[in-house]
Design a protein around this ligand. Structure first.
Ligand code: HEM
Ligand code: HEM
Length: 195
């Protein structure tokens, strides 16, 4: 599998970044449940630290992913898709990228403005930008919560659309984001998948 994206399919780097980021983001929703629900204890703080560290990892990968994307542009949507669907897909991907940035940044700002520490796995301590500030803390937390629900809804639609393409329309949209699919089923780029 090529590292770079081709004209019609995602390469190994884009696939790896897509799936690792999806796993980290979804894990953070689970960690948040633990940090929210556990009684005050060292375990609760451990989940806070884990949530913040995983979130900051997402921020780092986000920057790498966009840098890689500008070096190796994403393939165009298959020409079998109507123009309106291609536009919706593109717009939803832009929104996903925006949410993937807003989540860690608002979480980091909210934590710092609330007077709490935020570090990356205890290795890199995030800088104090403005000290404790209740107004910034309030708005950053509001943005964090609002975007969290928005992102979750968007991901549900996004994943449903991908599964619909794969199992109902049986086209190449999902196949080109899956590891190794193309060599496995002999898919001819830009044509419906032969399965
Ligand atoms: C991909 C990144 C992230 C995701 C998906 C995520 C998701 C969430 C969710 C779903 C909540 C619960 C919101 C609510 O019900 O009010 C939450 C709360 C929280 N997040 Fe994140 N988060 C991310 C990154 C971060 C980062 C980087 C930090 C800090 C450095 C952070 C700090 C917090 C804190 C402190 C809370 C609790 C706020 C409170 O006590 O009300 N998050 N996060
Ligand atoms: C937190 C979860 C997820 C996020 C944030 C996310 C985000 C994204 C983004 C931004 C793209 C566009 C890539 C680009 O053009 O650079 C993309 C593509 C894609 N995603 Fe996800 N995704 C998530 C989960 C999923 C899941 C669960 C599935 C499948 C069940 C999925 C299937 C796909 C597919 C098939 C594509 C390629 C679409 C195409 O061929 O144009 N994603 N995703």
């Amino acid at each position: 599998m090529a590292l770079r994206n081709s004209r019609t399919t995602f390469g190994a780097v884009a696939k790896f970044l897509h799936w690792i980021m999806a796993a980290l983001i979804l894990s953070n929703y689970v960690f948040e449940q633990f940090m929210h629900r556990l009684a005050i204890s060292p375990l609760k703080w451990l989940f806070y630290d884990l949530h913040k560290s995983v979130g900051l990892t997402v921020l780092l990968l986000w920057a790498l992913r966009l840098a890689w994307r500008s070096f190796s542009p994403a393939p165009a949507s298959p020409s079998t898709l109507p123009a309106v669907q291609r536009t919706i897909a593109r717009a939803s991907h832009v929104l996903l990228y925006v949410c993937m940035l807003v989540m860690p940044v608002s979480g980091f700002i909210g934590s710092k403005a609330g007077g709490f520490a935020a570090s990356w796995f205890g290795i890199v301590e995030m800088p104090d930008l403005f000290g404790k500030n209740d107004a910034i803390n309030f708005w950053a937390e509001a943005v964090h919560t609002f975007t969290a629900y928005g992102l979750l809804a968007l991901v549900c639609v996004h994943a449903s659309a991908a599964l619909h393409h794969h199992f109902v329309r049986r086209d190449a949209v999902m196949a080109r984001m899956l590891p190794g699919t193309i060599s496995r089923n002999g898919w001819v780029p830009d044509e419906p998948v032969r399965r």
